[in-house]
Design a protein around this ligand. Structure first.
Ligand SMILES: [Zn+2]
Ligand SMILES: [Zn+2]
Length: 210
């Protein structure tokens, strides 16, 4: 049976099946790309999940397995509402891994999800029920869980990194330089600029060639 370290459950906060699914997804991605954990900023993950739907727990599993973390700027969300992620390791390549529909259909009727739909929080679900559904995840073969595809011509231009900062001329708080905006001739931070649309600086720019 696949092993998930105890600290990963502690970090995640509760026992559920989707953190382990993400852990296995991240582990498989590292195997397929023949790489180890990202001690620094090596691998980028493009999570196809969105917000406002369940299963986001998967992303904590991906971080735990790979050490490609949100805090180190390695996790980007695509907001597609899919249980899938693309993993890109410069110099090694890219792979997309998605959870198979059949596996989703297999675990959906489990008592764990019945309770979740009734509004029971994951941490309040009896341990034996949570451990039972996790066991289904940990005993499955990779090909029962996932569809995988190497992305041959994947391109990603990471946002520019800059250590330069300046003070917003309105609120006085420090802002990293490339986030400063011009408003009435002053250099100001995004909230002070009144700009609502700043998506262009937070959405990743990727190309997936065929
Ligand atoms: Zn969870
Ligand atoms: Zn400001």
């Amino acid at each position: 049976m696949f092993q998930i370290p105890t600290w990963a459950y502690e970090f995640h906060g509760h026992k559920c099946p989707f953190m382990p699914i993400g852990y296995r997804m991240g582990h498989l991605a590292m195997q397929m790309l023949d790489v180890g954990r990202s001690l620094n900023h090596e691998m980028f993950v493009f999570s196809e999940m969105g917000i406002g739907h369940p299963q986001g727990c998967m992303q904590d599993g991906i971080m735990a397995a790979t050490s490609a973390t949100f805090g180190k700027g390695q996790i980007h969300k695509m907001f597609y509402g899919k249980v899938a992620a693309m993993f890109y390791y410069p110099g090694k390549g890219a792979v997309r891994i998605s959870l198979k529909n059949d596996f989703v259909d297999k675990i959906s009727p489990h008592e764990f999800f019945k309770l979740r739909k009734q509004g029971v929080k994951p941490s309040d679900i009896p341990t034996d029920i949570a451990e039972d559904v996790i066991k289904i995840v940990l005993t499955a073969e990779n090909n029962e869980l996932f569809n995988t595809k190497m992305l041959e011509n994947f391109k990603f231009s990471p946002p520019l990194t800059s250590f330069s900062k300046a003070k917003c001329e309105d609120c006085g708080e420090y802002v990293f330089e490339h986030y400063l905006r011009k408003s009435n001739g002053k250099n100001v931070c995004i909230p002070c600029s009144g700009y609502e649309n700043f998506e262009n600086i937070i959405r990743p720019r990727i190309e997936i060639g065929e």
